[in-house]
Each structure stands twice: as C-alpha cells, then as structure tokens.
Design a protein around this ligand. Sequence first.
Ligand SMILES: *Cc1c(COP(=O)(O)O)cnc(C)c1O
Length: 380
Amino acid sequence: MMLPAPRPSILDIEPYVGGESKLAGVNRVIKLSSNEGAFGPSPKAIEAFRSVAEEIHRYPDGGAGKLREAIGARFGLDPARIVCGAGSDDLLCQLALVFGGEGTETIQTEHGFLMYGIFSRYAGSAVLKAPERERTADVDAILALVTPRTKVVFLANPNNPTGSYIPAEEVHRLRARLPEDVVLVLDGAYAEYVDAPDWTPGTELVEAGTNTVMTRTFSKMFGMGGLRLGWCYAPAHIVDLLNRVRGPFNASVPAQAAGIAALSDRAHFERSLAHNSECRAWTTAELRAAGVKVAPSVGNFVLADMAASGRDVVAADAYLRARGIIVRRVAGYGLPDCLRITIGTSEEMRLCCAAMAEFMASGQGLLAAGATPNQTGTAA
Ligand SMILES: *Cc1c(COP(=O)(O)O)cnc(C)c1O
C-alpha cells in the first residue's frame, strides 16, 4: 500500500502534549498544569459569549475591527498594526510559515516554548536552540547562532516553563545586534502578569522598526484558553503578509465578543493580577520553606526543581496526583527533573503546598546525594 507522503520534515515533529486535566478515581481535581488564569474569565466575557449564541450562524467580522479597536484602546496600540487569531499559537504558526521554509533556520532558547519548534519544522525550517544561563535567555548565545539562513528568532519573555525574563535593555540589545532581515518574535503570553519595572513587552521595537512582532493571548490572564483568541502587534508590512495567509475568520463570533468584554472589565483584571503577584510570592515562600528549590517567576506559574531539592520528580508528581493535584512535568522542555506549578486560587495553592510539604517531610523519593536520575528524560 502506498500512503500519501507528507513533506519529510513533518515526520520530525513530535505532537504537542497539553497539560492533563483528569485523574482516574479522583472526583475533585486541582488542575495546575496549563497556566490557565486562576479566576477564569470575567463574568462580562461570559455574558458576552452567551449574548451572541443566536448569531453563531453568521460569519465573524474577518478583520475583527471592533476587537482590534478595543485591544488598541486598552494597551495604547495602533489598531491597524494588530492581527487577531485563534490563540496566539495561530499567529506564531503563520509567522513561521511566512518567513520560514526549507533551507532556513529559526532560533529559540534551550527551554523555550515547544510550539516554536513544531511550527518551524512544519514550515520546513531547521530549529536551533540557544543555551540559557541559569534558565534565562542569553542574548549572546542567541546571537552566536545567527547565520545567513536565520529567518526568525522566537523569544518568550517571560518564558514558559522557567518563569524567567530578560530586561528591556537586553531585548533592545538583541534587536540591535540581530540582522535587519531577521524577524524577532516577542511572545508575551504572560505579559499581563509581569510586575518587574525593567521589563518591556516590546511595543517600542515594533513601532520603531520593520522586523519585530509581539504576540499576546487571551488564554492566560484573561482566562479564555478554551475560546482560542490571541493577537499580534506588527509592522505594517508584516500585518499585510499575515492578512494574506491567515484563515479569513480565525477569530470566532463568540471569541471576538468575549474578548471585547474581557478587556472592558478592569476590576477583574486588577483582582487577577493582585492575586497572582501575592499568591505567587506566597507559593514560592511556602515551597522553599518545605525545602523545594523554586526559581523566581514573573508569570502565573513557578518551576520547582525536584532533583535540586533532593527528591525524585516522578515520586513527587505521583504523590500530588494521589491527592488530586495535577501539575506539569516539563521533560519535553529539557527540564526532566522539574515540575511546573500553575498559580491557582488561594485554596488550591494551600492544598498544593501542603501536599508538597508532606511529600518532602515523608522522605519518599529521596535521592542519593548528587544523583540526577532523570537527566536523560525518562518521561515526557
Ligand atoms: C500558552 C502560551 C502561548 C499560547 O497560547 P494560545 O492559547 O495559543 O494563545 C504562547 N506562548 C507561550 C509561551 C505560552 O505559554
């Protein structure tokens, strides 16, 4: 039998595996595995979603005009330079396809978001990974990988799953040293959570140049991951390119309506932000007090290094699961000994931290000094 053959590079792609949401035999699951906003969507977004139920036989506004106006007003951006999509993944994919292709290369960081590699390979591009320093993007290491074949640099800032970021000065230095014809994609999936004064979303680079794109999402802070809505802010000629290739109706009627309503609910936003900053600090302190090594994070999650805490990651994960708590193994990100823990509600984090403290105190999964059992990545 002759199977229809894909382009060869498609077979190099490992399917993305999302955070799990179910545990056999557990009624109440505490899902801290996908960085979904702790408070869920704004009630205004839910109401707007319901209010368009009878209109879903109509195609959406393909240009998402009102939504782009609302995004522009909310974040102080020019609506003409905004393109919406079915999640920011949609836009990351279009960017990889528009600029990539056989014989080209894209660069991402060592522990960068997995989808950059998947979309790049889909486009036919080779993927180069720049080593990080202390699990933080290293501008010089990225620059060292640039060749005449480089087309796109993908940088999540802050990064998932490490929670680290590089300051504005470093982002500017990266842009200044990259060749002019290389697109720098600044993925701001966690932009709304950042409270560090020296960070930038990159607006000034998008507006001053021809080669920087910022991507953003409604999936994290706005709690609308199930609806699939994202956007990017790009120079005019890149907006034009994206508008040629994107799905003409890639932001649905309910997504556009809910997105506009979500942006209008400042109180929900401020509550979500205050909760995250406070609860992230509390969670970090609790875990550290229990002996768990936790890196500083500016996102809505923290990364716990179990091997550095002297414990086996598989045992820790199993202990939490037995108590209905699902966090994320991140071996696929080159971090086989770490667990990424999303900041949920205060009650969820109390239960999670208590379970982790019990695990640490129990002596289960204790590693012999210096052992790093999962260095080669035994689990996905
Ligand atoms: C969650 C996430 C995204 C994309 O989310 P969408 O739901 O597709 O908007 C993009 N980048 C990073 C780093 C993420 O963690």
